[in-house]
Structures are given as structure tokens and as C-alpha cells.
Design a protein around this ligand. Sequence first.
Ligand SMILES: [Zn+2]
Length: 77
Amino acid sequence: MTCVRAEKYLVALVDGELHSTWRKRALCRHLHQCAACRQSLLVQLRIKSMLHASIQREKVPATLQYAIQKRLAEEMN
Ligand SMILES: [Zn+2]
């Protein structure tokens, strides 16, 4: 997988719109090898958290980040 494609999948994942198991697995494999895209995932999560916080005025970033990291960890096993 290229970083460009991984970036697209990352955005979809953070938005909860990456439904294909195959794509999630491919993304996980890429994230395993690519520090730049792991960093990008953290950035996406932070942006998402900030948007969420400003729209809903609710503090959910930690749980959102935890949920996504947990899901990724499960996919990698
Ligand atoms: Zn990459």
C-alpha cells in the first residue's frame, strides 16, 4: 500500500467509515511498517477530537483514541 492510499484509509477509519475488513488489515500492515502514517493517524485523531469537542462541547478524545487504537490492535492480531 502506498502512503497516499493509507492516508485516505486513515481518514475513513477515523470517521468510522472504513468498513471493509480487507482494507483495515491492509492499513494495519502499512501502519506496522510506516512511522509517517502512524504519526498521521495520531494527527487525524487529534483533529477529529478537536472537531468533536468544538461541535459537541463534550470531552471524548481519550475514549475515541482508545477505541480506535483498540480496534487497530485487534485487527493486527
Ligand atoms: Zn505510510
